[in-house]
Design a protein around this ligand. Sequence first.
Ligand code: ATP
Ligand code: MG
Length: 275
Amino acid sequence: MSLNTGEEAALKAEQVSITFQDRKKRLPVLQDISLAVGQGEFVSLLGPSGSGKSTLFHLIGGLLTPAQGRIYMNGEDVTGMRGRISYMPQQPALFPWLTTLDNVLLGQENAPGSGTGPRREARTEARHWLDEVGLGKFADAYPHMLSGGMQQRAAFLRAMLSPQELMLLDEPFSALDELTRSDMQQWLLHMWERNRRSVLFITHSIEEALLLSDRIYVLSARPASILQVVDVPFARPRREEITTDKEFVELKRELSRWMREEKAKKSAVWGGDSA
Ligand SMILES: Nc1ncnc2c1ncn2[C@@H]1O[C@H](COP(=O)(O)OP(=O)(O)OP(=O)(O)O)[C@@H](O)[C@H]1O
Ligand SMILES: [Mg+2]
């Protein structure tokens, strides 16, 4: 783990477990998850569908409380507390009745202690960033006038401009076609390298995780536990061509092997049922 010693991690999860219970059955989803995101680190969670990744985000965001374990941010116990993170959900979540600009500004209005902030400055800053990401002309347009990739850029800006330091991004590019997705990965890489927020990023894509992250936690199938922790060795700023480097290809192969083995184990137990 490449956390600086002596510095409180932006996020620390310690032995977090949760089981969902309905009238008929218990569904253990997370089992003893411990992980950390250092200040300004980009960390990914890579795991099979249905393993419990979004559930972990709901726990970190305080929407759920773990049966066991604690969540810390900057050394403070925030287990079960809301409003401490900025969040980009799995589904694009722009409000159709608000303009792009107002959608981008929304994170600042919802944050604790907001309402007193310099609203005009916030609008100017949001317009500046919309220009930067090629959405300047769409600031006053409504989300249905934007392509999927544009909507995701706006949703990302909203998370980035929110005052909370830690960003949780839940598979932000999974609904995009391959070419747009690849453009968006490069875009995110560039944006993050300029802004260096603390990020926890969920993805199914090994290549995406390797391209973007400082560290990758590989999750098992449900109930999810941490199978492997990979420190990603590539220098920053990362070059676009890195994906064809020998070391990248080897790491990708190794990660694929772990994920395939995990899938095979699950199929053996569940008779091929996925998620
Ligand atoms: N509030 C809930 N109550 C009961 N079961 C739930 C609840 N939330 C999630 N689950 C179940 O927990 C499991 C993990 O769901 P989760 O959404 O965390 O998976 P995931 O890893 O994010 O999957 P995907 O990659 O498909 O998004 C699933 O079987 C899901 O049905
Ligand atoms: Mg999910």
